[in-house]
Design a binder for this molecule. Structure first.
Ligand code: HEM
Length: 217
């Protein structure tokens, strides 16, 4: 299933190949319509759902404004979200993220490491030393833990492709509107650069990225 998810993400990444051919003047023809009343990707409830399922549980999102100051937006405050969308968002917010399922599997396979499987799912996942130790044991003996090793790599695929979507969005936005401000009120490329950088500095499936460095060390 995770293979299918990352294939879908790859397909979405490739849609930028077409969109990046949009010239600034062509985009300007419809930008005032799509951006009316401050509408932007900030209002995509499906994107927020995806973030929640991947474990990003930041309700107040800080964003950079054109004047360099920071403002916050409540990720539940979405233009035109109907009752069904709001309920789905609430459920995804309170529910476990995909990585929580992997962590509880690790907990049952490695009881000796004392992994705590239960946590407050409405918070972003925080790095755990026992989880890191468990993934390290898996990666140091991939042959002996082939199913967990494959699970780890498929999770990395999902996060890696999610990052790629973000970076392609960023580079496409840069070539279409340059450093112009976003219709949602952010500084545009500067804001997108900030969140893209954060996605590398603070990975979602954090121990799976950390283990790569640990193996080399
Ligand atoms: C090609 C023209 C596009 C431009 C110029 C553009 C520009 C921007 C800008 C400047 C932002 C920052 C928020 C703001 O101030 O508005 C943003 C956010 C966003 N855009 Fe786009 N965008 C484009 C296409 C798309 C497409 C095709 C999608 C999805 C299919 C998309 C999805 C999003 C999402 C989900 C966010 C929120 C990202 C976050 O908060 O991390 N954008 N976009």
């Amino acid at each position: 299933m995770l293979t299918r998810v990352s294939r879908i993400e790859t397909t979405l990444v490739h849609t930028w190949d077409v969109l990046q051919t949009l010239t600034p003047d062509e985009y300007q023809e419809f930008r005032p319509v799509v951006g009316r009343e401050g509408a932007s990707g900030f209002q995509s409830y499906q994107y927020r759902m995806l973030e929640f399922i991947l474990g990003v549980k930041q309700r107040q999102r800080r964003f950079l404004r054109p004047d360099g100051s920071h403002a916050t937006v409540d990720v539940f405050d979405i233009h035109g979200a109907d009752a069904d969308a709001t309920r789905d968002l609430e459920l995804a917010w309170k529910g476990p993220a995909v990585y929580d399922a992997a962590v509880s599997l690790l907990a049952s396979r490695f009881p000796e490491f004392g992994i705590e499987p239960q946590r407050d799912f409405s918070q972003s996942y925080a790095r755990s030393a026992p989880v890191f130790t468990a993934w390290k044991a898996v990666y140091e003996d991939a042959e002996g833990h082939m199913d967990l090793f494959q699970l780890g790599e498929k999770l990395v695929d999902v996060e890696d492709t999610f990052r790629q979507w973000r970076f392609r969005h960023l580079t496409t936005v840069s070539r279409i509107i340059g450093f112009d401000a976003g219709t949602g009120g952010s500084s545009g490329v500067e804001y997108l650069l900030e969140v893209a950088t954060e996605s590398i500095r603070q990975p979602l499936f954090v121990e799976l990225w950390e283990v790569r460095h640990a193996l080399l060390a």
